[in-house]
Write a protein that binds this ligand. Sequence first.
Ligand SMILES: NC(=O)c1ccc[n+]([C@@H]2O[C@H](COP(=O)([O-])OP(=O)(O)OC[C@H]3O[C@@H](n4cnc5c(N)ncnc54)[C@H](O)[C@@H]3O)[C@@H](O)[C@H]2O)c1
Ligand SMILES: [Zn+2]
Length: 348
Amino acid sequence: MQKLIFTNDVSNELDALINEMAPDKVAMLCDSHTFQIAEGLAPSGAEIICLGAGDENKNLDSVSEVWTHLSLNGYTRNSLLVNVGGGMITDLGGFAAACFKRGIRFINVPTTLLGAVDAAVGGKTGINFLDFKNEIGAFCEAQAVIISTRYFSTLPAAELRSGFAEMLKHGLISSAEAYGRLMAFDIVEADLDALLPLLQESVEVKRRIVAEDPREQGIRRALNLGHTAGHAFESYALERKEPIPHGFAVAHGLLVEMILSHLQLGFPSSELHRYASLLREAYFPAPPISCKDYDALLGLMSHDKKNRRTGEINFTLLSDSGVPVIDRTATPDEIRTALDLYRDLLGL
Ligand SMILES: NC(=O)c1ccc[n+]([C@@H]2O[C@H](COP(=O)([O-])OP(=O)(O)OC[C@H]3O[C@@H](n4cnc5c(N)ncnc54)[C@H](O)[C@@H]3O)[C@@H](O)[C@H]2O)c1
Ligand SMILES: [Zn+2]
């Protein structure tokens, strides 16, 4: 089972793990923004492979760069790759490790909140290919993930809030109490020490769900909450050349899906108002949506790869905070109504 370590002393934990695993060689993988962190953590003798930063580098050329380095420098089945970076590095590094000599061990040290709460844990690895996101990849878990909030002090505020949206999602699908603790946390003036226990609770939610359903045959789909509407917002913003961070799109997608949950399953309306105030405080500007955009958004939702039958739009909804209901569908009319209410609640 994947080891999850929550600490603000990453260096010691990493040294101890490496001692225990006794690899013949260690390579650290990072991007240009996390190079210093990787350098600070590298045990003596470890080599550092540094890629260009940004999702445009999560591609086959970068994987080839990693494999070339490993092949030409004597790495074996008993070597170890330590991925130090955001989701781009842990996705790519995990995939490179999963295939090199049919699989070597790897450790993830996420340096973004999104990486820590989502990408580094759960075994989905991969790269973008042609114009398709995460088109090529493998399910392969890191031996260990070392999670610290200390690296987040250099993250742009929007990146921190973006990752927090995934934590809110984990709260909403796990328990009213966990969700309440997140709603009480001030992500605008974030206290990173106080964030660590909340992050731990949140990552445990993902780990528990993934352990129950590693291949997404059932309950893992609860993790898609907020993402049907969220992906549509994200893709639409991208098409209009006004990209928004993934987590901002998810944060807004969560409100749309809470409204659908209210309409279909009686999710409490008081919660809609409370959540809308958080969005106004931390996730504005909102995606620029008017009723003229609904057709385009519905088109994007009906092409979502999570849909199980053509013409049907699939959602994970909630009957209450902490109670997800997977495999729900909504009609275009219901979605239009939800989008109207979403705009009303946010005063758009
Ligand atoms: N495998 C999964 O289950 C899963 C889940 C969610 C997202 N993802 C993937 O994760 C990626 C997005 O993750 P991300 O937002 O971490 O992207 P990212 O890794 O591209 O990081 C965002 C930016 O922050 C920089 N950065 C990283 N750490 C930093 C730090 N401590 N201080 C300052 N800057 C820092 C990076 O260099 C980059 O420029 C996408 O490729 C997405 O597909 C995967
Ligand atoms: Zn997401």
